[in-house]
Write a protein that binds this ligand. Structure first.
Ligand SMILES: *Cc1c(COP(=O)(O)O)cnc(C)c1O
Length: 418
């Protein structure tokens, strides 16, 4: 099987050898904690590689040892995930937060500075601002829309530019769909790199990945996912992933071995099943989102729609970034109703088909209220600057028939004034 084929053609087979599993067409769930060695010599050889005491010989694969270190369901899943991002290697985790925090712990040390974009997913924001400082790690933050010069100035004004070790961004930003220039951030990383220190760029690609945006192609060193979202896609599991070069993922996997936060074989198996329909699901979601956005754009009770499809030539830099980075307009739409929290709540409470829940990327459409739910922890002043106010609703568009989605939104908007 070659990488010349499109990923969607390989999602049913890549990395799995039926002859190793009694000919089963699908990979079984390997619910086992440990694996039997053929000989003591083999066990010794596996451990030498696993603990990095010698490099792998040519064509040598790390043998199966113990499910905290490796497991067939996870290895096959990791191989398949590399196809979408064209990454050398992948590590899967028990949650998106496990993937993100493991990267912070591996690539930052006391005294270091991390530069982040804002807004970030609430969990990432909390870990960076409340937990990392306990380990002596400093944080600098820039906002969507700030120029290269402004961002460089933000780093310099900390007085710790030589300590900058990692840049962490999320694009498009949740919930406003504002875009951040990935290659521009890598350039800023290079600006602060020196001969003995490379500043790495990590991108949380949960909103668009792995089908619609490929940050490694734009210079990112690491791509992170909450696989709970589009990759899992059925709101029935929590998982995460990190992708990048062999060398960087080796570091990530080594720390994962000692933190013990890898995904379980059962979660791995569920994700293998999800990957088979990933492209088909995301295609439908992007098409549905376009139809729903068209409806919202024209509705008299809707004040503003935050959707990538609404970013046009008139938006200058945002449009240029979109053209470079995004393969579609995605499946996430936020909008402001006319009024405030009261009107937004009336709308949310009136929905029938669309479920009122946080999370995103799943087969069923979901609606939530960022200001009082996912983003309530964000400082009020920053929330206002970012337009995350009482009148904003966030929609994650699913695979339902688009006219039913529009019908549900339409009847719920009608309830606002009744
Ligand atoms: C959900 C989410 C996370 C956290 O992932 P979990 O799987 O819930 O741990 C991180 N980043 C983004 C953008 C998310 O949407």
């Amino acid at each position: 099987m070659s990488k010349i084929m499109k990923p969607e053609s390989l999602m049913m087979s890549y990395g799995y050898k039926p002859e190793l599993s009694e000919g089963a067409v699908k990979c079984p769930i390997f619910l086992t904690s440990t694996f039997v060695f053929k000989s003591a010599e083999e066990g010794k050889a596996f451990f030498e590689v696993a603990y990095g005491h010698r490099p792998k010989n040519k064509d040598e694969e790390l043998g199966l040892i113990y499910s905290r270190i490796n497991n067939p369901d996870l290895e096959i899943l990791e191989n398949r995930l590399t196809l979408w991002d064209d990454a050398e290697d992948c590590a899967v985790f028990e949650s998106g937060m496990a993937a993100i925090t493991t990267v912070f712990l591996e690539f930052l040390k006391p005294g270091d500075l991390v530069l982040i974009s804002s807004p970030l997913y609430g969990g990432s924001d909390h870990f960076i601002k409340k937990v990392l400082p306990k380990f002596g790690i400093n944080v600098a933050e820039f906002k969507v829309g700030q120029s290269r010069e402004e961002i460089i100035q933000i780093v310099k004004s900390t007085g710790m530019s030589d300590k900058l070790a990692l840049i962490f961004i999320e694009t498009p930003a949740n919930p406003t769909n504002d875009l951040i220039d990935i290659s521009g951030c890598k350039d800023i990383g290079k600006y602060f790199s020196s001969s003995d220190k490379e500043v790495y760029l990590a991108v949380d690609n949960t909103y668009m990945g792995p089908v619609w945006q490929h940050p490694l192609k734009h210079g990112a060193d690491l791509v992170l996912y909450s696989a709970t979202k589009y990759i899992g896609g059925h709101s029935d599991l929590i998982a995460g992933a990190c992708l990048g070069s062999y060398d960087l993922i080796k570091r990530v996997k080594t720390l994962r071995t000692f933190l013990g936060n890898m995904a379980s074989p059962h979660t791995g198996w569920l994700l293998l099943r999800s990957l088979e329909t990933l492209k088909a699901r995301m295609d439908i979601q992007a098409n549905n989102a376009e139809k729903v956005a068209e409806f919202l754009n024209r509705h008299p009770l809707v004040e503003k729609v935050y959707y990538l499809g609404n970013v046009t030539e008139n938006d200058g830099e945002q449009y240029r970034i979109k053209q470079r980075q995004c393969l579609t307009n995605g499946g996430m739409i936020s909008f402001d109703v006319k009024g405030g929290e009261r009107e937004a709540f009336k709308f949310l409470n009136a929905l029938r088909l669309i479920k009122l829940a946080v999370s995103l990327g799943s087969t069923e459409s979901l609606a939530e209220h960022p200001a009082t739910m996912t983003h309530m922890d964000v400082d009020l002043e920053l929330r206002n600057q970012l337009s995350i106010t009482g009148k904003m609703i966030r929609l994650s568009i699913g695979v339902e028939y688009f006219e039913d989605l529009i019908g549900d939104i339409s009847q719920a908007l009608d309830k606002i004034n009744s």
